[in-house]
Design a protein around this ligand. Sequence first.
Ligand SMILES: [Zn+2]
Length: 90
Amino acid sequence: MTIADERIERLQELAADAVEDDEPGLAREYVRLARRVAERKRRSLPESFKRFTCDSCDTYLRPGTNARVRIQDGHVVITCDCGHHSRYPY
Ligand SMILES: [Zn+2]
């Protein structure tokens, strides 16, 4: 675990907390910051990070708060409040 990995993990937690506190702007800042850290240090983002960030509006997705989760045709479909869907096999 490198310092970059730890920073990314920490930013992920902060983004999740920001959504919980109804601070979507702050959540986006943390998500973007974490992406930049990963890019600069050439670290890949953890699977959970990719899964719980919206590709369209960069917010952090918390099912039940700003995202809906449905199971459809063997996929998990996560719908962001902005309307963007992400599908993952499970
Ligand atoms: Zn979105």
